[in-house]
Design a protein around this ligand. Structure first.
Ligand SMILES: [Fe+2]
Ligand SMILES: [Fe+2]
Length: 290
């Protein structure tokens, strides 16, 4: 029997039949494998629950964090759920399936490479990853608009009851920071978030203005402050591994079928399995829209 592993994947985007087939084929090598699913599973609670349900039947523990796509509400959505109410419905669906979320106690991975606290986070973005030459979110957004780069979130990711996405993000950052500060100081952590925690991964975006929708400068030192041995994220659809302060940052995206596919597996000691791909769409196909 293989050693248990702590694995990760993100951006499954199962509304694409090709990706649904990949999820159907995902299986653990050991009955004790855990799987981190780092957001953008699907749009709509039903598809998210389908994918997480399939994975939960196979993996000993499944840990999910929301991406922006889970939080989209299309104009004709029959549920009418928006913002926090939609997030709460997703969390309730996960609980029904036995899938862990950012609202649950952080689990401790005790397998090879452990023990380590696995911390699923939901921080959204606060428009602080500014384009070069700008100093405020307003300036940054104006530059992005001028460049024709506008994330679809601006139309579909509603912040209700918060006045805007940045305010929702600030509340999530506060709560995430409070939870992380309360973790066992003797254990290292594996931090999991859909959006990158540091700016570095966004430096290779084809359209740099898109970084506005990719994270928050407030999390820049969390991997150090909260003793991370690995950080798992998705969203950019640029699967790769980078290192900062001797901490391993893994983008684990599968992405859209048009991105091409490659799947790589990394052992538990490095604490992630990465899938890859690319995504994004924006006005005129000019930017990534993970
Ligand atoms: Fe995303
Ligand atoms: Fe995505």
């Amino acid at each position: 029997m293989d050693q248990p592993r702590l694995l990760a994947v993100s951006d499954l985007h199962v509304r694409y039949p090709e990706n649904r087939a990949i999820v159907d084929g995902l299986r653990p090598a050991s009955d004790a494998d855990w799987l981190i699913v780092a957001g953008d599973v699907a749009e709509g609670v039903e598809d998210v629950a389908w994918a997480l349900g399939v994975l939960r039947e196979r993996f000993a523990t499944v840990i999910w964090v929301p991406g922006n796509h889970e939080l989209w509400t299309r104009p004709k959505d029959p549920t009418g759920l928006r913002g926090v109410a939609l997030y709460d419905a997703l969390v309730a669906a996960c609980r029904g399936l036995g899938v862990l979320t950012p609202e649950d106690p952080f689990p401790v991975w005790d397998g090879p490479g452990g023990p380590a606290t696995v911390a699923p986070l939901f921080t959204l973005y606060d428009y602080s990853f500014l384009p070069d030459g700008t100093t405020t979110s307003e300036e940054g957004l104006a530059v992005a608009q001028q460049a024709g780069v506008v994330c679809t979130d601006e139309h579909l990711l509603h912040p209700d009851p918060y006045p805007d996405r940045a305010a929702w993000s600030r509340a999530r950052l506060d709560e995430s920071e409070r939870r992380l500060a309360a973790t066992d100081p003797d254990l290292p952590t594996v931090l999991v978030n859909h959006w990158p925690l540091t700016r570095l991964p966004t430096r290779v975006l084809r359209h740099p203005e898109f970084a506005l929708w990719c994270g928050s400068s407030r999390t820049a030192d969390w991997h150090v402050r909260f003793r991370a041995v690995a950080v798992v994220y998705g969203h950019l659809h640029i699967p790769r591994v980078t290192w900062e302060d001797d901490v391993r940052f893994v983008e684990a995206s599968l992405g859209y079928p048009r991105d091409g596919k490659r799947v790589t597996s990394v052992s538990a000691s490095s604490r992630a399995t990465c899938c890859s791909g690319r995504c994004c769409r924006s006005r005129g196909q000019r930017a990534r829209d993970p």
